[in-house]
Design a protein around this ligand. Structure first.
Ligand code: AMP
Ligand code: ZN
Length: 113
């Protein structure tokens, strides 16, 4: 499968890595939409988007949220607060069809679009 985020998780395409474990990879977004903007993805292509979430996907999504909390703390986002976004499909503007969670913070984010 020709998937950008599979290649990033495998180290075939360079990225600014923040964190990695057996199942999850986190890296800075190449086009930041906030002072701090990173992405957290499952290494395996378990879902194209949250539209495919099911019982088996629930575990990895739960783990991703634990990783997000840990990284937000490490990067100093916890006190001021931050936003977690996952775009799902065309209307949401999803461009990469490998489920990913945006984490945005480091300053006021404004209201949701
Ligand atoms: P989405 O619009 O939700 O599908 O988000 C895809 C995100 O991936 C966008 O915010 C892009 O800026 C980001 N992106 C695309 N290519 C790369 C890359 N090579 N490294 C880091 N982030 C990327
Ligand atoms: Zn993929």
């Amino acid at each position: 499968m020709d998937c950008l985020f599979c290649k990033i998780a495998a180290g075939e395409i360079p990225s600014k890595k923040i964190y990695e474990d057996e199942t999850v990879y986190a890296f800075y977004d190449i086009q930041p939409a906030a002072p701090v903007h990173f992405l957290v993805i499952p290494k395996a292509h378990v879902m194209d988007s949250c539209a495919q979430a099911d019982e088996s996907g629930a575990q990895i999504v739960g783990h991703i949220f634990q990783v997000i909390a840990q990284l937000a703390r490490q990067l100093g986002l916890e006190e001021g607060g931050y936003r977690v976004v996952t775009n799902c499909g065309e209307n949401a503007g999803q461009t990469v069809r490998h489920i990913h969670f945006h984490v945005l913070g480091g300053g006021p984010l404004g209201t949701m679009a």
